[in-house]
Every structure is written in C-alpha cells, then in structure tokens.
Design a protein around this ligand. Structure first.
Ligand SMILES: [Zn+2]
Length: 321
C-alpha cells in the first residue's frame, strides 16, 4: 500500500477524535508547485500541532498549500478548516450550495430544538440534557472559526498532487459527499461513503435506501484500492464492501427481531450497545433512528407516536391479513 501512496504522492495526517471512531485520516497531496489537503479533522490544539508537525516533516511552507478540500460537512471532516485557512491562506473547496458550514451552528440548534425528532427518541430527561450540554460545548470548541468556501459542484475533475481525479458525488452517509476516483490506477478516496448515516442533517428523511444503493454501486466499480476517512486503506474492495453491506443487513435483521416487542429509539440503541455495535450516544442514537425509519419504509416495522415519543414494533404479518 505504501507504493501506491508514494506513486500518488499522498501522505496521511491522522487526527485523533473523541468520537465513535478514534481518528480520521486526512490527506496531503504533493504537487509540483504546492500541496493539496483533503479534510482537516476537528480543531483542537493537539490537532493543529499535528498539522504543523506534518508540515515541518514534509518541509511544507503553509503558504504552499494550494487548496483545502472538504469531502462533506460533518464536523470531524471540516472542524479545523477555518484555522487551517488562516494558517495557509488557501481556498477551502467543497460541495456547498447551501453554504452549510456557515449555517452549521444553526443546524445544531435545530437538532436540539424542542420540535426536533431528537426529542422523540425516548431518552431519559437527565441524559438528554447532558447530551445537549456536552455536544453544544464540544461542537463549539471543535469549530472555532468558519472558513470562506468555494463551491466545486460544477467541477468534474480535480488535480490532487500531480494526478487528476474524477469528482464523484454520493448521497447516503450525508446529503452529498465527494469522493476522488483515479480510473487508471483504480484508486478511490472514499470519505465516509461506507459509514452509515449518523447525523440528523441528511436532507433525505430516510437516507439508508441511498446508502445501500451506493454500496451496490461501489461494489460494481473498478476499485483496486480504497482510502476511507476512518480506518486503514484496503484492497480487495468489492469483497470488503460486500461484507460491510452484509454486516449492515445483519444488524437490521437483529434489530427487527428485537422489535418483536415495542421499543423506543433509545431502547433500540441500548440493544445495539449491548452487542458492542455502537459507542457514542448522540451519533449512535441518530444512526439507530435511521435504521428504524428504513425498516418502517420497508414495511417491516410500524411506528406510533405517543406522549412525544416514537415507538417501533415489528409488523405482525397476521395482523396485516
Ligand atoms: Zn467522518
């Protein structure tokens, strides 16, 4: 794998995350007249130190950074973009029709607003208050400044380092995310396309249908090596993606089985947690919510709302006749 990285002129910068995954892989691409960054990680003093250390090691003058690309508008991918823009003076580019970074703080307010579905998850009151407090503070600290951004929606290709990549846009994990594909070398920088949706800012109310469609599409693409944002790069991509899709489907069928008795989102989350499948409460809850909504859409579960809480239960086939 090192050979491929070397031939593409790509260097990984691993930023620690206190989230459902331990870290994120950001990338530095070496070009003839400067460097390109893909994703920035969250902002923490340690994360900024990591960037500066990488610049020193690779002998990069921060002003030689040509551009900073953000794969999607999730905090672990763009949190430090504002501070890195100050340091490098480089343009920050993303698919950004809605200018979502500027609206980002409102998004958190919206999620935690009393009308939001988040309040229908059946979370005990104290725990809910704790999550809201904790996430409010964390998210504010992780994004101390919002960069100026350029929209690369209209662009079909991009030069990262010395190589040209196709820009592919995928829904599923979030409303829109960009990946970079090198057709000759069959390499994909995949961002989070393999990660299930776990935020409440997907514009699609039920994003798992898109997520599974994208997995199928990726499985059919010619990809020899895939670089994910979380975890190590890997080969034998079609097999690996098939396993991921299989695992997700297994999680859903276990969830459905569990829902032979009625359950709230929080109770379903605890069921997953007991199986070691999820960690972070906030992201885990939203992920489980999307799973449940997907099963409702497939007609496998029925959903009722009582006293400001959603309840899900397996559809009794006999009842339907
Ligand atoms: Zn991520």
């Amino acid at each position: 794998m090192k050979d491929i990285e070397q031939s593409l002129g790509v260097y990984k910068v691993t930023i620690d995350l206190p989230l459902w995954v331990n870290n994120i892989q950001c990338f530095l691409f070496k070009g003839e007249d400067g460097w390109d960054i893909v994703d920035t990680g969250i902002y923490t003093p340690g994360a900024m130190e990591k960037w500066k250390e990488s610049f020193r090691k690779l002998r990069i003058n921060p002003l030689d950074v040509r551009q900073i690309i953000i794969t999607h508008d999730h905090v672990d991918h763009f949190g430090a973009a504002g501070e890195l823009q100050k340091l490098t003076q480089a343009p920050v580019k993303m698919v950004n029709k809605e200018n979502s970074l500027v609206k980002w703080k409102d998004w958190l307010k919206e999620i935690l607003h009393e009308d939001s579905v988040f309040h229908f998850f059946g979370l005990p009151k104290e725990l809910k208050e704790e999550v809201i407090r904790e996430k409010g503070t964390q998210f504010k600290n992780w994004v101390p400044s919002i960069p100026e951004t350029e929209d690369i929606r209209a662009q079909e290709t991009i030069v990262l380092g010395c190589e040209q990549y196709q820009i592919l846009t995928f829904p599923g994990h979030c409303a829109e995310q960009i990946c970079f594909y090198h057709p000759d070398r069959e390499v994909l920088f995949a961002g989070d396309v393999l990660v299930t949706p776990n935020h409440l800012n997907a514009t699609n109310q039920e994003p798992l249908t898109d997520y599974f469609k994208i997995l199928e599409l990726l499985q059919k693409m010619k990809i020899a090596y895939l670089f994910p944002s979380h975890g190590k790069p890997f080969a034998r991509v079609d097999i690996r993606i098939g396993l991921i899709a299989e695992y997700r489907k297994q999680q859903m069928s276990e969830l459905k089985e569990h829902l032979s008795k009625e359950s709230t989102v929080y109770q379903a989350y605890l069921f997953f947690l007991s199986r070691g499948a999820l960690t972070d409460l906030f992201f885990g809850l939203t992920e489980v919510y999307y799973f449940l909504e997907h099963l409702v859409k497939l007609g496998e579960l029925k959903k009722v709302t009582r006293e400001d809480c959603f309840y899900y239960k397996e559809v009794n086939k006999n009842e339907m006749d």
